[in-house]
Design a protein around this ligand. Structure first.
Ligand SMILES: [Ca+2]
Ligand SMILES: [Ca+2]
Length: 373
């Protein structure tokens, strides 16, 4: 299947020239389990050629394989993964060391079999790998520009023995995913919902989760995973996402326009700008609004005094009042514009300029009106 295996990350091609001295083969036929390289975690022997064939008891399911630890002598000792049995094509060759932290390698087969082979050469070892596998009932790809999805049967309970994935896959030219749960509850002891990006796990949730997690993902697809054990369900989850665009603004002076200005912007829009001072003689950014019209309350421009949304929020504007001028405290400003499902306006034009450290906003000018008789 086309969607198989494509979100495995971390690939270094290995050498094919290996002296094979010993060969071992294992077949794993349970619905879930784990396996690891010989000697793990102390270290694997030289001259290995070990094979594991995972064959799920349910032939409509797919193998979800996760390497939770992976460290081999780069290039010389490697793991090959075949999407099927030992005669299927090699889809991944893995070698080297994975990054620390929540980084893990996931593989999803297209059928109910997956073949893993571990080959080592005559010198230099490492700790090896540890892997878990599960019987996945399915994968759903979410590619609409925005959407809502839920666990099966929501708000009634999900079914037992369910291991299921939702992949939120960005369209070309979209860099941002804004994601939030609107409901999230699993059996606290034994079932969970996990959220990950291509580079790491963002969170694993169980029980009645509060506050509801929300994420803004940059430059990655997202995967949401439900894992239910053999008994006791809960209502599961409901979630929304929307794709957005990110712009790096690195000119000294210019204008930022909302989408389609002076035409109306779109509904369900996410646009963000990271403005950065590159000129070494400048230290701050000055913003001046030339035009501003959005749907009050629902279509909002936020201004953060830093490089992303974790920086202090210094502006939050909607409606048709021209916002005040802003000056950043440092070399970055981050702007985010989000719109809701209905009612659009023309949006905004904002002039930005890199300014010196001693720049200050000009004093307020009073407006005089004259009556000419
Ligand atoms: Ca359960
Ligand atoms: Ca709106």
């Amino acid at each position: 299947m086309d969607g198989a295996l494509k979100y495995l990350i971390f690939v270094v091609l290995g050498s094919e020239f290996v002296l094979q001295i010993s060969a071992q083969k294992y077949e794993l036929t349970d619905a879930e389990g784990n396996f690891y390289s010989p000697g793990y975690p102390i270290g694997y022997p030289n001259n290995l050629n070990v094979e594991w064939l995972i064959r799920l008891p349910n032939d409509t399911h797919r193998v979800f394989l996760r390497f939770t630890q992976f460290s081999t002598h780069n290039n010389n000792d490697y793991v090959r993964v075949r999407d099927g049995n030992n005669s299927s094509p090699i889809v991944w060759t893995l070698s080297g060391k994975q990054s620390a932290g929540a980084y893990v390698l996931d593989v999803l087969s297209s059928g109910h079999e997956l073949h893993v082979q571990f080959v080592t050469d005559a010198s230099v070892g490492a700790s090896g790998f540890y892997a878990d596998y599960y019987s996945a009932t399915g994968e759903e790809e979410l590619i609409a520009f925005h959407g809502k999805f839920t666990s099966p049967n929501f708000p009634a309970n999900y079914t037992n023995n369910d291991f299921r994935l939702w992949v939120i896959r960005r369209p070309v030219d979209y860099d941002v995913i804004m994601f939030k749960f609107s409901s999230l509850e699993t059996e606290a002891c034994c079932d969970n919902v996990e959220v990950r990006t291509e580079t790491g796990i963002l969170g694993t949730y169980a029980g009645a989760v509060q506050p509801l997690p929300a994420f803004t993902i940059f430059n990655s697809d997202m995967i949401v995973r439900l894992h239910a054990d053999r008994m006791v369900g809960a209502k599961g989850f409901s979630a929304d996402y929307v794709f957005g665009k990110h712009y790096n603004v690195d000119r000294n002076v210019g204008e930022i326009l909302s989408e389609n200005y002076p035409g109306d912007y779109s509904n369900m829009l996410v646009e963000q700008w990271r403005i950065q001072v590159l000129d070494p003689s400048k230290a701050k950014i000055h913003l001046l609004f030339r035009d501003f019209k959005t749907e009050s309350v629902h279509d909002v421009l936020q201004i953060f005094d830093g490089s992303d949304e974790n920086a202090p929020l210094i502006g939050n504007h909607s409606g048709s009042t021209i916002p005040p001028q802003y000056v950043s405290s440092g070399k970055f400003l981050f702007l985010r514009f989000t719109t809701d499902v209905g009612v659009t306006r023309t949006g905004f034009v904002i002039r930005h300029e890199a300014v010196a450290a001693d720049f200050e906003l000009p004093p307020m000018r009073f407006r005089f009106s004259f009556h000419i008789n």
